[in-house]
Design a protein around this ligand. Structure first.
Ligand code: SAM
Length: 266
């Protein structure tokens, strides 16, 4: 645990938090009535919210497996969320047990879970940074206590950039600049392209609850990969990214409005 040993911030149950709303959609129990209320309100306007959350989570598994199979042994996952099995370190360490993983999130509830989770993992292989993605100096400095930035790292911001405004481009570049050639960048985020009115209503619900929300078009999302080498099939809705049988079946229920992509730094 890094940057967090001194004080555990209080959990605010008076307003919904994205990690806990997402947890409700995933069928988790680590959420409060305010989170469930917002999750249900969004589900009422966007009937694909639960399918989207699950499809996004499966994308993360496949993308991490792809990076691990390509030889990546270090992972920096920012906007980790509340643990939901299998977690990223379990996917990576199933392929290569020596893989090192650093998780980072700014939500106190994620911090509490990380503390419990890390007690059950081998010392030094997995670490957690309690920090805001918008503080790259802090995140990189603390992550560097576990990860070697002179070797390739898979950097993942999965379902995170839709909470970040336009400075997200400069922010991501700041992280990518720290990475060694051969590193991977794994991203996904909500798009208005497929159902603009539905996503506008869902975004409005998030904003009213105090969480800024920035859906992005194909062109806007693709911009995150500028200067990087996109892996096939490129930028595509999550269920279509190197789909497994479950994803093929899920696609039959409709395409979820979440873009994804995996790229390599050359
Ligand atoms: C929708 S969840 C995604 C969880 C996980 N990455 C996944 O895709 O399954 C978004 C996560 O981003 C975190 N988050 C939102 N804004 C953040 C910020 N500014 N800095 C760090 N984490 C943030 C939330 O606390 C939440 O855990």
């Amino acid at each position: 645990m890094t940057g967090s040993d001194a004080a555990i911030p209080a959990i605010d149950t008076s307003r919904p938090h994205p990690a806990r709303v997402y947890d409700w959609w995933l069928g988790g129990k680590d959420n409060y009535p305010v989170d469930e209320e917002l999750a249900r309100r969004i589900l009422a306007v966007d009937g694909a919210a639960v399918r989207g959350a699950r499809a996004n989570r499966r994308f993360m598994h496949r993308a991490v497996r792809t990076a691990a199979e390509a030889g990546i042994r270090q992972f920096l996952d920012i906007g980790t969320g509340i643990p939901t099995e299998p977690n990223l370190h379990q996917v990576a360490q199933e392929i290569a047990p020596e893989s090192k993983v650093v998780y980072a999130d700014n939500d106190p509830i994620v911090l509490r879970h990380a503390q419990a989770l890390l007690h059950s993992t081998p010392e030094g292989a997995t670490n957690y940074v309690h920090a805001d993605v918008r503080e790259p100096d802090t995140v990189v400095r603390l992550a560097a206590e576990t990860l070697d930035f002179s070797e390739p790292i898979a950097l993942s911001l999965v379902a995170l950039t839709h909470y970040l405004s336009d400075d997200a481009y400069g922010l991501l570049k700041r992280y990518v600049d720290e990475l060694a050639p051969g590193s991977f960048v794994i991203l996904s985020q909500v798009t208005p392209d497929l159902s603009p009115e539905v996503i506008a209503k869902a975004a409005e619900q998030f904003r009213r609850s105090g969480t800024p929300f920035f859906p992005r078009s194909l062109a806007e999302f693709s911009r995150f990969f500028d200067g990087l080498e996109l892996l096939g099939p490129g930028v595509i809705p999550v269920s279509g990214w190197r789909p497994g049988p479950e994803d093929v079946a899920a696609q039959a229920e409709g395409i979820v409005p979440v873009y994804s992509g995996v790229a390599r730094k050359v």
